[in-house]
Design a protein around this ligand. Structure first.
Ligand code: SF4
Length: 96
């Protein structure tokens, strides 16, 4: 799978709704080591700035749909697909 922007991936998977992410129950905003972290719990909670989420982003179709205990965040699925797909073109493997 290509590496679309995170919110684009959420729109692709779940569609777009008329609200904004900042009003969604899955939007998390907390202080961590004096830094404000903004994340989408459905996409995945990491400490990386790469998964920071824009409060003003157009909401996806999972707006205000809480995560169930047995649901995996999207980031895990994406990582799983990358592993299944094998190395990217031009990328070396451990055997090379
Ligand atoms: S689940 Fe909520 S916070 Fe996450 S992308 Fe969808 S609308 Fe935004």
């Amino acid at each position: 799978m290509a590496n679309p922007r995170k919110i684009d991936l959420m729109h692709k998977l779940y569609g777009i709704s008329a609200q904004i992410c900042g009003d969604c129950c899955n939007y998390v905003s907390e202080l961590y080591h004096d830094k404000k972290l903004r994340k989408c719990e459905r996409y995945g909670l990491t400490h990386s700035e790469a998964s920071d989420w824009k409060k003003s982003a157009a909401a996806c179709g999972m707006f205000n749909v809480p995560m169930k205990d047995n649901e995996a965040p999207v980031i895990r699925t994406v990582r799983g697909e990358r592993i299944k797909d094998g190395p990217m073109e031009g990328q070396m493997t451990l055997c090379e």
